[in-house]
Design a protein around this ligand. Structure first.
Ligand code: ATP
Length: 344
C-alpha cells in the first residue's frame, strides 16, 4: 500500500499580482516526492475552491494547499473545518494576512519547505452572520473598502491603498451597539474589526494581541478621528501598537452581536457580503488544522521589519524599485492633499 500522503493544490489564478507558473514549477522541483502524491486544480470562478476542497475532504485527502490569498484560504478553510484534512498555504495574495500571522514564508520555496516539514497545528476560526472567517471580519470602513476593492477589477497593495485613501476622505462613522453576555455598549465608530489573526494582511496589525489558538476574538473599535490622527494611526497600525491609540477601544470576547442602524455590507477575510442590521460574530475554538512552521525563529521582529521592506519593494533592483514606489506614493499624497484642500 502507498503510505504517501495526498495533497491537492488549489490555485486561484486571479489572486495577487504574481504569475503562478513559477510556483507550480517549484512544487515539481522542491516538494518531497517521497512523502507526498499530489494533484493540482485551478479555480475557474469565485467559490470554486469551496467545492474542490469539500470534495478533497470527502475523499479523505490529507492536505489541501491554497495557492492564493486570504479569500482563497477562506473558501478552502470553510470546507475543511472540523475535518481531518489539513490546510497548507503557498501565499500568493495581495495581503496574505493568515500566512503572515502563521510565519509561513511568502516566497514559494520556503512555503514548500514548510509543507515538507509537515507540522500540523489546530487553529480557531470565527463566524460572522454564519460565514466562517480565519483572519478578520468587520463592519464600517474596512467592509466598505472591501466592496470597492472587489469592484475595482485590479488587485495588489497599491490598488488597496488608492481605494483606502480615496474613500477615507468621504466616509462617515456610524453608530453601533455591541452586545456581549454582560450587556450592550454603544459606540460611534469608523470601523469595528473582529480579529482571529492579528492583521488584515500586508503587516497591517489591526489587532496586535490576537492569537489563533486562544479561543477568543480580539475586537478593535476605531472611533471617529481627524486628519491629524492619521499619521499616528497609520504608523501604529504597522508598528503593532494601534491598541495604544486613544481613538481605539479593544475588547476580547467569544461571542458578540453587532447592532447597526441599518442593513449593509460587512466583510469576512476581506471579501464583502451584505447582511442585516444585527450580526452575530463568534469564535470557534480549534476548528481547523493547518500546516505551519513548528517554531518561529527567535528574532522574528527583526525578520518582519526586513520582510515589510522587501514585500513593499518586490524583487526589483532596490534603487529602481524605490524610485518607482516613491513616485507612486508621491502621486497618492498629491491626490490626497488636493482633495483635502478642496474640502477645506
Ligand atoms: N477563477 C476565478 N475567477 C474569478 N474569481 C476567482 C477565481 N478563483 C477565485 N476567485 C475569487 O478571487 C477572490 C480573491 O482571491 P484572494 O483573496 O485569494 O486574492 P487576493 O485578494 O489577491 O489576496 P488577499 O485576500 O490576501 O488580499 C476570492 O474571493 C475568490 O472567490
Amino acid at each position: 500500500m502507498d503510505s504517501k500522503k495526498e495533497i491537492v493544490f488549489i490555485v486561484n489564478p486571479i489572486s495577487g499580482t504574481h504569475s503562478k507558473e513559477f510556483i507550480l514549477h517549484q512544487i515539481e522541483k522542491r516538494l518531497d516526492h517521497s512523502l507526498y502524491n499530489y494533484t493540482i486544480r485551478k479555480t475557474e470562478y469565485a467559490g470554486h475552491a469551496i467545492e474542490i476542497a469539500r470534495q478533497a475532504a470527502e475523499e479523505k485527502k490529507d492536505i489541501v494547499v491554497a495557492i492564493g490569498g486570504d479569500g482563497t484560504i477562506n473558501e478552502i478553510g470553510r470546507s475543511l473545518i472540523h475535518t481531518d484534512t489539513a490546510m497548507g498555504i503557498i501565499p500568493c495574495g495581495s495581503g496574505n494576512g493568515l500566512a503572515r500571522h502563521l510565519h509561513i514564508p511568502l516566497e514559494a520555496r520556503g512555503a514548500i519547505d514548510v509543507l515538507n516539514q509537515g507540522y500540523i497545528k489546530t487553529i480557531d476560526y470565527g463566524t460572522i452572520d454564519s460565514r466562517p472567517f480565519f483572519c478578520t471580519c468587520g463592519v464600517g470602513f474596512d467592509a466598505f473598502v472591501s466592496l470597492k476593492f472587489a469592484d475595482s477589477g485590479k488587485r495588489g497593495l497599491l490598488t488597496y491603498l488608492e481605494n483606502t485613501l480615496h474613500e477615507s476622505l468621504t466616509y462617515r462613522p456610524e453608530t453601533y451597539e455591541i452586545e456581549n453576555s454582560s450587556g450592550t455598549v454603544r459606540y460611534k465608530a469608523f470601523l469595528i474589526a473582529c480579529a482571529n489573526a492579528s492583521q488584515y494582511g500586508n503587516n497591517a496589525y489591526i489587532a496586535p494581541q490576537a492569537s489563533l489558538t486562544d479561543g477568543m476574538m480580539d475586537i478593535t473599535i476605531l472611533e471617529p478621528f481627524t486628519v491629524l490622527d492619521v499619521p499616528a494611526l497609520s504608523f501604529q497600525l504597522f508598528n503593532k501598537t494601534i491598541d495604544q491609540n486613544s481613538r481605539i477601544k479593544t475588547l476580547k470576547e467569544k461571542k458578540i452581536t453587532i447592532h447597526r442602524t441599518k442593513e449593509g455590507v460587512f466583510h469576512f477575510d476581506g471579501d464583502p457580503a451584505m447582511g442585516g442590521k444585527d450580526l452575530e460574530v463568534e469564535v470557534i475554538s480549534k476548528g481547523l488544522k493547518v500546516i505551519a512552521p513548528q517554531k518561529t525563529k527567535s528574532g522574528v521582529e527583526a525578520f518582519n521589519v526586513l520582510q515589510h521592506f522587501t514585500d513593499f519593494i518586490g524583487s526589483r533592483p532596490i534603487t529602481s524599485a524605490i524610485t518607482r514606489k516613491h513616485k507612486e506614493l508621491l502621486q497618492i499624497n498629491h491626490n490626497l492633499l488636493r482633495r483635502l484642500s478642496k474640502r477645506n
